[in-house]
Unconditional design. Structure first.
Length: 262
């Protein structure tokens, strides 16, 4: 093929590629404008990543289909909101992967009348999922800008049953105890006794424990003490006290299960 013909062919190929790319971009934009709440993406996430992880509770599944995760992530990560991945939310913190949010929530076996404490508000996404399931959610966040942003997002979305405050998660929220369930979304090196003490009898605490690679542990308070179950290996940001450093880490998918709690 002569030089002139090669140039013409290259130009044609480039033109075709540009038209195809433009068409795809328009198609994506049209799809987003037709579904601004991104329901199709949430449904795909649930069907592809959450139900296959073993989540079966219809109420949890419905909550995961409803809560708009893209509203809880920075705009620069909004396109990735419905991938089953953790994402940065600033200040060295992350929003957990949706399948793990669903799994942790399901282990709490929540009822509508339950009162739930969340340690580590972060973006507010987990609090929103809880708010779809129970009447009252209390959430504590150490980092004030995150707490205020989460509070604003929750209010904008109509979650009037969530209270957020800035504080040390190790201490819990004693004036509102006891709680029917406590969920901790950052990892202490040991389970804080104050959180165990704030569980109601029959209540459940789910918490990642450890310094580097952590165990996700489930506790249930009984009349005589606590039952404990190791659920899986995870990695969360550390649960720190005021003045301590905050390291960036992410949650990993489930791996193993053992223990006693039903």
């Amino acid at each position: 093929m002569g030089t002139g013909l090669r140039r013409v062919a290259s130009f044609c190929l480039l033109a075709c590629w540009s038209m195809w790319s433009l068409s795809c971009n328009r198609s994506g934009a049209d799809s987003l404008s037709m579904d601004p709440n991104r329901q199709v993406e949430r449904d795909r996430l649930v069907d592809r990543d959450i139900i296959p992880h073993g989540v079966r509770d219809p109420a949890v599944i419905a909550a995961m289909r409803k809560v708009p995760r893209h509203r809880f992530v920075p705009p620069s990560y909004a396109e990735s909101a419905y991938l089953d991945n953790p994402l940065p939310i600033g200040y060295g913190q992350t929003i957990s992967q949706p399948s793990l949010v669903a799994e942790m929530t399901e282990h709490l076996k929540l009822k509508r009348t339950d009162k739930v404490l969340e340690i580590g508000t972060g973006s507010g996404y987990q609090a929103a999922v809880l708010a779809e399931l129970v009447d009252r959610v209390f959430s504590i966040e150490l980092i004030e800008p995150l707490a205020r942003q989460a509070e604003r997002t929750l209010i904008e979305l109509g979650y009037a049953n969530v209270r957020v405050r800035v504080g040390d998660g190790h201490e819990g929220w004693p004036e509102e105890a006891p709680f029917d369930a406590i969920i901790v979304t950052a990892a202490p090196e040991q389970v804080p006794q104050s959180l165990l003490d704030q569980l109601a009898v029959g209540g459940r605490l789910i918490i990642p424990v450890g310094k580097d690679l952590q165990q996700l542990e489930l506790y249930r308070r009984t009349e005589n003490g606590y039952e404990r179950k190791i659920l899986t290996l995870v990695r969360f940001v550390p649960l720190v006290r005021p003045g301590e450093s905050k390291e960036h880490s992410v949650s990993l998918p489930p791996r193993s299960t053992e223990g006693e709690v039903d």
